[in-house]
Design a protein around this ligand. Structure first.
Ligand code: AMP
Ligand code: GLY
Length: 421
């Protein structure tokens, strides 16, 4: 079968490599793709992930059997609806179901209505009213979130009233995030270890994947600016079997039922960003898609062919398949451009990869790379994910770091403490 992957990051590269493990997958296309993906799929670099008419046309002209919509923006724009309207099979939620990520107000109201544990909150469009509420609460830090998608930058943890006032001013008055920041959620700051749990769901049945841990800050010791994610490990040691059972009963299944009740059942991969607070697990955020770089460590532990699960999700038959996981550990170390997440240069030649952008000692997942005259060069902030598995977490980390040290480019920067929390 022929699959069209939408997206251009490490998550999409990891998904493509996993899908290709099955002999049922004979051909993979990707729009727009990247330098490393070009070694595993036929890329269409001039078709943006958000260009709905061009993607529908490509799916038709190439007679693809299914389209896998991986990033948040095309999901929020309704790419899955547009494909379904043309009779094209698609993996991913409809526009209405994707609101669980695309609107924080929608997700908070859903959780409140269906008693799903999350931080207490209030919604504002007016900066003065929001600041009054912050003063009334008088509890710092306090969390201020833009309602809509903001490239992972729409959350401010304000340590005092002045920082809260600045964030509210930027979002509600100066329009820093455009329409995404016209409404804000002000919420209670939770504490505890963070866990990411991705789950396959066809709207009725839900199958959680192995848990994982992201490392969002740029520098060792969780210092520096927030990034898209500097590394991941799976499984997450804080997420015990008992906590998993509790999350299934109090969060995962209630969320699936809530979306059914609201008339927008969710089909695809639902991402639960959880915090294990002293009062029990609570939802920090939902994403309507696979996480990046969580996908890079979760998929290597999946034993069941991914394509079989994807088919079952689309067909609504997830209850009929048995999903098996390896009893092992995985680690991903992200190699970033110098300066990321602030300004950085592109076009640096990457040394230490073979002609297909891989290495024998680890799996290399390409995020921001381009292939220019047969050479891989940097083309983004997060450049590569170096992924390894092992019987123990330290085996996986040792292997990933040993391989990471062999891959170099001018300005390369990575965290040395992935998985040490
Ligand atoms: P989000 O974009 O919603 O994932 O938020 C980004 C990060 O901000 C999360 O991964 C958390 O580390 C942090 N965060 C978000 N909401 C809260 C909260 N209510 N309490 C504490 N930390 C939070
Ligand atoms: N790693 C977090 C995300 O994909 O949103």
């Amino acid at each position: 079968m022929t699959i069209l992957m939408i997206g251009s990051g490490g998550r999409e590269h990891a998904l493509i490599r996993k899908l290709k493990e099955s002999p049922r997958v004979s051909r993979v296309l990707c729009a727009p793709g990247n330098g490393g993906i070009a070694c595993d799929a036929q890329c269409f670099p001039h078709i943006a992930a958000t260009d709905i008419p061009a993607i529908v046309a490509l799916a038709k002209s190439e007679q693809v059997d299914l389209v896998f919509v991986a990033p948040d923006d095309p999901l929020a724009l309704g790419l899955v609806n547009a494909l379904q309207a043309e009779g094209i099979r698609a993996f991913g939620p409809t526009k209405a179901a994707a609101r669980i990520e695309a609107s924080k107000v929608f997700s908070k109201e859903l959780m409140q209505k269906y008693n799903i544990p999350t931080a207490q909150y209030a919604v504002f469009e007016d900066a003065a009213a929001a600041l009054d509420y912050v003063r009334q609460q008088g509890a710092y830090p306090t969390v201020i979130k833009a309602d809509g998608l903001a490239l992972g930058k729409g959350v401010v943890i304000a340590q005092n009233e002045a920082e809260a006032a600045d964030a509210l001013q930027a979002m509600l008055v100066e329009g820093k995030f455009g329409a995404s920041g016209r409404r804000v959620v002000v919420e209670e700051c939770l504490t505890g270890p963070e866990v990411s749990v991705l789950a396959f769901t066809d709207g009725v049945t839900l199958a959680p994947m192995v848990s994982s841990m992201d490392h969002k800050r740029a520098l060792d010791g969780d210092r520096g600016l927030n990034t898209g994610g500097m590394g991941t490990i799976a499984p997450n040691g804080h997420y015990t079997a008992q906590i998993a059972a509790q999350c299934l009963e109090t969060i995962f299944l209630p969320t699936i039922r809530a979306l059914q009740s609201e008339g927008c059942p969710f089909s695809g991969c639902l991402y639960f960003g959880l915090m294990l607070t002293p009062q029990g697990p609570k939802v920090i955020e939902y994403n309507a898609r696979f996480g990046d770089p969580e996908t890079q460590v979760v998929l290597p532990l999946l034993e069941t062919p991914l394509i079989d699960i994807v088919d079952a999700v689309i067909n609504g038959t997830l209850a009929d398949i048995d999903i098996r996981w390896k009893d092992a550990h995985a680690a991903c170390v992200v190699l970033a451009s110098g300066g990321y997440p602030e300004a950085y240069e592109k076009g640096k030649v990457i040394a230490g990869l073979d002609a297909s952008g891989q290495r024998a000692d680890a799996e290399i997942i390409h995020a921001g790379t381009a292939l220019v005259d047969g050479q891989f060069v940097t083309a983004g902030g997060r450049v590569l994910g170096v992924v390894a598995t092992g019987e123990s977490l330290s085996d996986a980390l040792d292997a990933a770091y040993a391989a990471a040290a062999q891959v170099t480019f001018d300005g390369v920067h990575y965290r040395r403490d992935i998985g040490s929390r």
